[in-house]
Design a protein around this ligand. Sequence first.
Ligand code: ADP
Length: 512
Amino acid sequence: MSLRTSLLLRQVSARLPGLPAAMQRLYSLDVAAPLLRTQGYLGGRWVSAGSEFPVLDPATGQELARVADCGPAEAKRAVDAAYEAFQSWKQVTAKERSVLLRKWFDLMTLHKDDLAKLITFECGKPLRESLGEISYSASFMEWFSEEARRVYGDIVPSPARDRKILLLKQPVGVASIITPWNFPSAMITRKVGAALAAGCTVVVKPAEDTPLSALALAELAEQAGIPAGVFNVVPCSREKTPAVGKVLCTDPLVAKISFTGSTATGKILLKMAADTVKKASMELGGHAPFIVFDSADIDEAVKGAMASKFRNSGQTCVCSNRFLVQSGVYERFLDRLGRAMDEELRIGHGSEPETTQGPLINARAAEKVSQQISDAVSRGAKVLRGGNRLHGSFMEPTLLSDVTAEMLCTREETFGPLVPVLRFNTEDEALAVANASNVGLAGYFYSQDLAQIWRVAEALEVGIVGVNEGLLSTPEATFGGVKQSGLGREGSKYGIEEYLDVKYMCLGGLRP
Ligand code: ADP
């Protein structure tokens, strides 16, 4: 126990209703001590704040750790440190920045098991998925370590013989980065990898539910040799969040905000950032349609539905949220999906190897799913699987048929393991329902008809479309939405542009 620390060693009550026997045992978070950081990380130093807030295991409700509850003063210190560090970080050559990001990637890979455990314990995700998230998260450090060296400007043919036109790319400055709990590691690296590669410095405010993964990243940043002040983390409680958020979105030294979270919070942050005209990237809510046409390969569609719906118990912004199935295959799809749910889904603590469905992040989240189910049932939907709320924030994976467009579950994002299935007759009808939303992040459809594939892929009002595929995210491709799903794109060769300005330099006085 000297190098490793065990923070949680308590029993889940044997009286908890509705949980499998496997839940009635001890769960302990056991990770290498240096990775279990509980202080803020400002200007290359680990700092306490006047108070602390608890981090809970959403599966058991047990306290995992108490973390420094940073306030506006710490946020300001972090911004100042980032601003100071920016003056030298922007001068570091792209090649050197690339080497440092690569080292950070290597360290994440080396410590992947411990980093995954942190995710599972603070966010509830099954361990296999947490390992997947760490590999995804680290891949942004790898990708942007490569992209750092490919930030090219342009030399443009000039209309005047005595002038040259040069377009230079320069880092925008300090970026405030505010992230959610559902991908406690990857939502940070997808932004930070791009920002640091471009030559920006950052202040990260992680979600109050999942600060441990963010602080572990800071520990590895330090080990990798990222200079003091380039990467700062200010963890804080829900209570302090608005005050910290205000500093991060209004301080004149901050040039850019990048946020992933709910559309409602994104709008608050955008309004705050407007006064000082900051650049903004926003990855906001989704309401993904999953359309199965008569021509689809139904087994593939079921596989895609399982993957896109039940990852992280349905708590991702690209999770399928509304299932539209054409009349000719409606009954068959329901039958096979129900059977796949019976065979593949196991509820339990995320650290159990057989678990595929962990808890939702908190009881409020489970309550929201329950309400959507009650609303749907009261309007005529049929419960084919599940339907019940279990202990705490656990929710039974639920399959509903006879769903209509008026029900709550088809009008708002669920963020839980609910599959509401609507029936449609024509392609136009499906597209009208799919596009009747003020957000547009991801969309999925299954079809074997090539002409239909082109038509529907173009017509869906989304930023990401999966054709005969349910899992799409990768650093090589863009991530981002249209409508109120956000602004800007992350990942791919475009992600780094969000952290760069283009400067037009006119080199005049050149005698022909
Ligand atoms: P959720 O409702 O799922 O927590 P949010 O969009 O509210 O989703 O949270 C995403 C992130 O935004 C979290 O880090 C949260 O602390 C942060 N956040 C929420 N409100 C504010 C705010 N007023 N200022 C800054 N950050 C905020």
